[in-house]
Design a binder for this molecule. Structure first.
Ligand code: SF4
Length: 261
């Protein structure tokens, strides 16, 4: 796994590019900051302090740029249409994390835009939120490649997620959400290394980098198992999230999918 120093180096490279292209005034990045970033090995505390000096939006843009040119997985870099960094509010209290872009996401450059994405949007609306209120990202930023002519998507390999995780870790550190929701077993494995059945993990609180993390089913699971009983399980998980965030929950919301079919 790349070190924080390696991530800082990527940040430095991206900030230098932005500074060269846009000039110091537009980016707010000083030569002193860049020089300090390029000193290696730097104590972790120094990097953290330095990153605090750079505006959060600039760091976010720099990270996005670093991801967009990443070739750590040569096969995925060669097959992708584009990287899929994430979407939504970079200052959100709530962040959903999926496993990897699929064919639709790879085409559009946005996470969760296919059928599973439409269902996730409905769930978010049922919570009284919009996609602009929250942030959505995947553990993997590139679509896992498939054999030529093969249709569909494949789940990411553990090694691929391990390589890409530092980007998500950095993204989460910048967004600072109050709550994380892992969508599905693979996302949970990518975030925590846990390899348990989703039925045993869902509805339970874990932590990731000291942030409360709830596991629930991936929306594509609900597309395959669309009984009210399964929908209710996911909805109960969302009620836990709403309560933890201190959101108001109406009686109508409490009753969604209560009658199991
Ligand atoms: S999946 Fe992540 S680590 Fe691999 S090439 Fe894409 S951005 Fe880089």
């Amino acid at each position: 796994m790349p070190s924080l120093q390696a991530t800082a180096a990527l940040l430095e490279q991206s900030l230098r590019t932005r500074r060269d292209l846009l000039g110091r005034r537009s980016t707010g990045v000083t030569r002193e900051s860049l020089d300090r970033l390029s000193r290696t090995p730097a104590p972790l505390s120094q990097i953290s302090n330095l990153k605090c000096e750079v505006p959060r939006g600039t760091q976010f843009d720099a990270l996005r740029e670093a991801v967009s040119v990443c070739r750590k997985c040569e096969n995925l870099a060669a097959s992708r249409t584009q990287t899929v960094f994430g979407s939504g509010n970079p200052q959100a209290d709530l962040m959903f994390v999926g496993e990897a872009p699929g064919v639709d996401e790879d085409r559009q450059g946005e996470p969760f835009v296919g059928r599973a994405g439409e269902l996730l949007t409905k769930i978010i609306h049922a919570m009284g939120l919009t996609r602009d209120d929250i942030y959505i990202a995947n553990v993997l930023k590139c679509r896992p490649d498939t054999a030529p002519g093969a249709s569909g998507n494949r789940p990411p390999e553990p090694l691929e997620m391990q390589r890409c995780l530092p980007y998500l870790r950095e993204q989460i550190a910048l967004i600072q959400p109050r709550i994380l929701v892992a969508l599905g077993k693979t996302a949970m494995a990518g975030l925590t290394g846990r390899d348990e059945a989703m039925g045993a993990m869902r509805g339970r609180w874990f932590t990731f980098e000291n942030i409360p993390l709830l596991a629930t089913y991936h929306p594509s699971y609900l597309l395959r198992n669309d009984s009210n009983a399964e929908k209710r399980k996911v909805w109960e998980d969302m009620l836990l999230v709403m309560e933890k965030l201190g959101m108001p929950v109406s009686e109508k919301q409490r009753g969604f999918f209560r009658s199991a079919s």
